[in-house]
Design a protein around this ligand. Structure first.
Ligand code: ATP
Length: 640
């Protein structure tokens, strides 16, 4: 990597980087940069191959253990460190016992013993802290890697899913899968499992030591603690689980409402819905608060109750143990050690119960993620799907039926052939099924009956990638991504050269805009192109498609009216784009339809008429009626 003055920046892809030009590293900072580079780990290049069909590894059901065991070495290291910590951390009371019995009681006075014991206490405490720290480092690293893998896996899966999934599923719900569910698992891998093991082991060690120290006292302790704590913990577990489930459902609603409000801000502001919106959000946020209050109340009972139990048990043991000491059946040191151990006995139990809840949460998170990962794409490549070669562009609907809900067909018995290079306009009333037909051509959906063929190949036998490379879509409302004008234009072909980009800009008539902008083609575009006008966004979408050079073009004409000048610019751009390509225009304006080679009238999901504009006007059927109505209404809008 070079850091010469005026270089392209840190891996920002040369001149495509937005913002201020890179001015080089100031000399006074160079030594610092060298130092960082010397210790910087080498990051392997992003080698990522995306395939529509998941690999065998990705097909395996999601299991946390499988994900974690990818990093076997760290798992072994963390386990060893947990064992060391749990043993070392419990040595304190034993040392205290030795120090009292051999250095502090009458006849056994020894400063040396006390000093050595204090030193040993200190050293072991340090070892314990060090091993816990090392374990936290290892599990932190493990959790970071596992979550990174999981995030990528879920995101990759989302990229494979078909359009219907994103229509049915709320964005807010998907975002909560990617955030709160994955974070739950992160917690579990990072602290949960190790701490669960540590607490479990600690309890076993302490119980063992209690029985070795004094069986009678140990029996008293276990008899008092176990039933009470078990009952309390069972209640806590049930109550907090209820609270958690409530909170989980309600936070999903909060997120869904939030994302909808953010996306719909324009409509909200334009229709003065802010107050109602706040009111609505107050409902969902209030419901979430109530759920959290339930959990808070449960915690407020469980925590103090276990502390009280610990104190009561210690009091009882002091009485019984003191009596044993007076009867010379127990040493003072052993009683002190015992009381210390008992207080330590409660902590792991409390933690275990709390962690059990988060373990349950993680389990339901992983179930939800597994369900998401197991949702198959409704449009999938067949295992023997073929790659389509360069297309001529003959599109054929062969008696096609389709409905978003298979029980309610939206288009019925469509039979239509579009010849290579032909421009066909779909016209008809709103909701007739025009866009739906277009979505079948680039296989956003598969027909429920019949076939869609391109150059004689049934689309269900071809790979989606090879199909979409040659079928361009200009949607009604172009979607722009954050980045620059250039990255938006080269969206389908990031490798396009500067000449090609400039050519596309000239062809669609975007040159004026580019020259007006401060950084030309590298000017940043804000999220979803909010800083551009509707016409500019449309031209940008046309330039994007122009650069992709598809053989077949689907153009969903924008319904928003542009001013006359912009409309002429867009129409000219369209003419260039359509040249020599097979094109399907979903025409909302009859001026557009009139320019097509052929018009297809769709009504209630059926083809009712097809022919050249002149023929249809002459025939005096549905299209002629629409045309007349359009002329009477002033000739602006094609829709009924
Ligand atoms: P317009 O001129 O308004 O764009 P159109 O002729 O293109 O209308 P389509 O978008 O094809 O109409 O819609 C046809 C029917 O299918 C409509 O009744 C619509 O409500 C329904 N529809 C469209 N998209 C979906 C979807 N994703 N899920 C369920 N129904 C849908």
């Amino acid at each position: 990597m070079s850091f010469g003055v005026g270089g392209g920046g840190w891996g920002m892809g040369g001149s495509a980087a937005t913002g201020l030009p890179f001015g080089g590293i100031p000399s006074e900072l160079q030594s610092g940069v060298d130092l960082i580079l010397a210790t910087e780990p080498v990051h392997p290049g992003a080698e990522l191959s995306f395939t529509q069909r998941p690999s065998d590894l990705e097909r395996q059901p999601l299991q946390l253990t499988r994900l974690v065991l990818t990093y076997r070495r760290w798992v072994v290291e963390a386990s060893l460190l947990v064992v060391v910590s749990s043993l070392v951390l419990q040595a304190g009371p034993v040392i205290t016992e030795l120090a009292i019995n051999h250095g502090m009681v009458p006849h056994h006075h020894s400063v040396a013993v006390v000093l050595v014991a204090a030193l040993a206490y200190l050293v072991l405490a340090l070892v314990g802290v060090a091993s816990q720290r090392a374990q936290a480092v290892v599990t932190g690293r493990l959790a970071a890697r596992v979550m990174h893998d999981l995030r990528l896996r879920v995101f990759t899966h989302l990229q494979r899913l078909s359009l219907d999934f994103f229509t049915d599923e709320k964005v807010g719900v998907l975002i909560s899968r990617m955030t709160s569910d994955i974070e739950n698992l992160q917690q579990l891998v990072q602290d949960g499992v190790a701490s669960f093991a540590l607490q479990g082991l600690t309890m076993v060690v302490i119980t063992g030591v209690l029985f070795v120290t004094n069986v009678e006292l140990a029996l008293w302790t276990v008899g008092m603690v176990v039933p009470t704590l078990l009952g309390l913990s069972l209640w806590f577990h049930r109550a907090s689980e209820r609270g958690y489930l409530l909170a989980r459902d309600r936070i999903a609603l909060v997120l869904a409402d939030l994302s909808e409000s953010l996306y719909g801000m324009r409509v909200i502001a334009a229709t003065n819905r802010q107050r109602r919106n706040v009111l609505n959000h107050r409902h969902v946020v209030g419901a979430y608060r109530d759920a959290n209050l339930v959990t808070g109340r449960v915690n407020a009972i469980y925590g103090p109750a276990t502390v009280a139990l610990a104190i009561i048990v210690q009091g009882v043991l002091l009485g019984i143990g003191g009596d044993l000491v007076l009867r010379h059946q127990l040493s003072v040191g052993a009683l002190v050690a015992f009381t210390l151990f008992v207080s330590r006995f409660f902590q792991p139990i409390q933690l275990l119960v709390q962690q059990y809840t988060s373990l349950q949460q993680s389990r339901s998170s992983i179930t939800r993620l597994r369900q998401l990962l197991e949702t198959p794409p409704s449009v999938d490549d067949a295992s023997d799907a073929i790659d389509l070669g360069p297309l001529e562009g003959r599109v054929e609907f062969d008696h096609v039926d389709f409905g978003y809900d298979p029980a309610r067909p939206v288009v019925r018995d469509i039979h239509l052939v579009i010849e290579p290079g032909e421009t066909v306009a779909f016209v008809g009333p709103t909701g007739a099924g025009k866009s739906t037909l277009a979505k079948l051509v680039n296989r956003f959906y598969d027909p429920t009956a019949g076939r869609v063929l391109i150059d004689g190949v049934d689309l269900t036998t071809a790979t989606q990638h090879s199909l979409r490379r040659q079928v361009g879509v200009v949607p009604q409302e172009p979607f722009l991504f954050s980045g620059s004008l250039r990255t938006n234009i080269t969206f389908a072909r990031p490798d396009a050269t500067d000449e090609e980009v400039n050519d596309a800009i000239d062809q669609v008539g975007l040159r004026d805009l580019v020259e007006r902008l401060p950084q030309g083609v590298d000017t940043p575009v804000h999220e979803r192109g909010q800083t551009l006008s509707t016409g500019e966004r449309q031209l940008l979408a046309l330039a994007r498609t122009f650069l992709a050079r598809p053989r077949i073009l689907i153009l969903d004409e924008a319904t928003s009216s542009l001013d006359l000048r912009s409309e002429i610019v867009v129409e000219n751009a369209l003419d260039r784009l359509l040249e020599g390509r097979t094109a399907i225009l979903i025409a909302h304006r009859l001026t557009t339809a009139q320019r097509a080679d052929r018009i297809v009238v769709v009504d209630h999901g059926r083809l009712v008429e097809t022919g050249t504009p002149e023929d249809l006007l002459r025939a005096g059927g549905a299209y002629a009626g629409m045309y007349e109505a359009w002329l009477i209404s002033g000739g602006r809008d094609a829709r009924r």
